[in-house]
Design a protein around this ligand. Sequence first.
Ligand code: AMP
Ligand code: GLY
Length: 428
Amino acid sequence: MGKKVLVVGQGAREHALVWKLSQSPEIKKIYAAPGNPGIAQLAECVAVEATDVSSLLEFAKKADIDLTVVGPEAPLMEGIVDRFKEEGLKIFGPTAAAARLEGSKVFAKNLFKKYGIPTAKFEVFDEIEAARSYTRSYTRQGKPVVIKADGLAAGKGVIVAPGWEEASEAIDSIMKERKFGKAGEKVVIEECLTGEELSFFAITDGRNFLSLAGAQDHKRVFDNDEGPNTGGMGAYSNPPIYTQELHQQIVETIIKPVVAAMSQEGHPYQGVLYAGLMITADGPKVLEFNARFGDPEAQVILPMIKGDLLPILEAAAEGGLADCHVDIDRGSWVCVVLASRGYPGAYEKGKYIEGIDELAEDTLIFHAGTMIENGQLLTNGGRVLSVVVRGDTIEEALETVYREVGKIHFDGMHYRTDIGKKALKRGR
Ligand code: AMP
Ligand code: GLY
């Protein structure tokens, strides 16, 4: 008998999840809440917000959902997994206590310290003068320093301060002005690491894990990493820095110990482990963990998984990953995000999107901020579409992706023209 799956979320990441799950021979029907017009081509969209946990629970019971898959972090922090499990429903993702690995930087850093997991040297403060004094111990030596609000702050709670002036401003805005509210009750102050950043993804059932792949994101809105931070303007998988040796190091010194530590602490972690790493001269160190797939990283990681994703997610939710195996494509996948002019600030909506029909058959297009009005596809958000292609090499993938991007048009369409260029410069 075919299974019914509910995917929670509405971005390009969730479109990629729905697309991957739609290939499963075991699935009869996919629902998405709330979904988007791209997702609607593969699933039935249900008008429930991703954070409306009670309504999601009600729907899952009524529709007899076999597995719920959570895309974004907000419902995880609100305890969607706890609520579903209490009612005996199968759901893929960490409990609220386990999701603190993303939701509380203080929790995460203390865990890393206790279990010897490599990370930047740090101290935690809830008192502003002590925070200032520790910060000065870096800036007096001319060293940059990183100030982090404890809780979630819409990606704005981390400030890499080159000197005292910026650091002091950051401390004031988090601790005094309470720019991020309760998220700023505590701060982590840490040494600034140098190296190349890498995102690494694994799926775990609380004891066993499957490594997926490494990827690199492009956070700034403009080419050459200029302009403000965004949710992510593009990504590519298997960057040159991600060698077999580095993979082993990440698994042995970071993923294995984190899975064991969470279990030891009484919060076994089930779901996606997204490690944000700095590859330093002393090896990989953790910048942060996220409790979900990255967006846009999911758009390049999910297509690399050969075979059926459903049994892996089910096994992770049930504690049976030891019997699972995953085959990962060795090619290079690239994602270019098409955004509205002005994003991440104010932008206009409702622009006609043209050219999607002209894309090559094997080009993937994942929707984020789109809507349909009178049968026309229109823009409806900051990040609008993700264009994703595969190449045997990164060069090939980049050439193809920009050729495909060139076929799409909407008024004010903005994208970075240098996705993956760092990899080309570095070579293999
Ligand atoms: P996080 O949310 O902790 O990953 O921080 C967001 C971004 O801030 C990271 O992707 C890094 O670019 C930067 N960052 C965070 N912590 C550090 C650190 N200790 N040293 C250097 N850069 C950092
Ligand atoms: N791409 C960054 C994130 O999903 O957090």
